[in-house]
Design a protein around this ligand. Structure first.
Ligand code: THU
Length: 133
């Protein structure tokens, strides 16, 4: 992905973050996942009063895309308002790996600090469908 496309993906995740429903944690997260065809699907965290049923921004973005029939992804961006950049949680790492594979994941904050890591760095030796065969 070129610099302009990445900037746009981050900006889209940042805008999605504004829709976060996070009355309990007050911690807003936005995500944007790009498909092979260049389409972008966004997500924000949506919290539940049970806390445990909360959905993270990354999974919301991926579920939205998968539910529209998307199967191939090229990049995921995550935005939160933290000095130390917020990476995906453990459950999201598993889902990103299973649905997006070894894609680059870019974390950003609102000041424009960014870092990109591959999913294979974020989730080494992942368990996935190949073990079930
Ligand atoms: N959260 C995300 O949406 N993505 C992450 O990568 C980390 C955590 C959300 C879940 C919850 O709504 C809030 O942030 C605090 O954990």
């Amino acid at each position: 992905m070129n610099r302009e496309d990445l900037k746009n993906l981050i900006k889209t995740a940042m805008q999605a973050r504004e829709k976060a429903f996070a009355p309990y944690s007050k911690f807003k997260v936005g995500a944007a996942v790009q498909t092979k065809d260049g389409k972008i699907y966004t997500g924000c965290n949506i919290e539940s009063a049970t806390y445990g049923a909360t959905a993270c921004a990354e999974r919301v973005a991926i579920w939205k895309a998968v539910s529209e029939g998307e199967t191939e992804f090229t990049h995921l961006a995550v935005v939160a308002d933290t000095e130390i950049l917020t990476p995906p949680c453990g459950i999201c790492r598993q889902i990103i790996w299973e649905f997006c594979g070894d894609v680059p994941v870019t974390f950003s904050n609102l000041q424009g600090k960014t870092e990109t890591l591959q999913m294979s760095e974020l989730l080494p030796r992942a368990f996935d469908t190949k073990f079930l065969k």
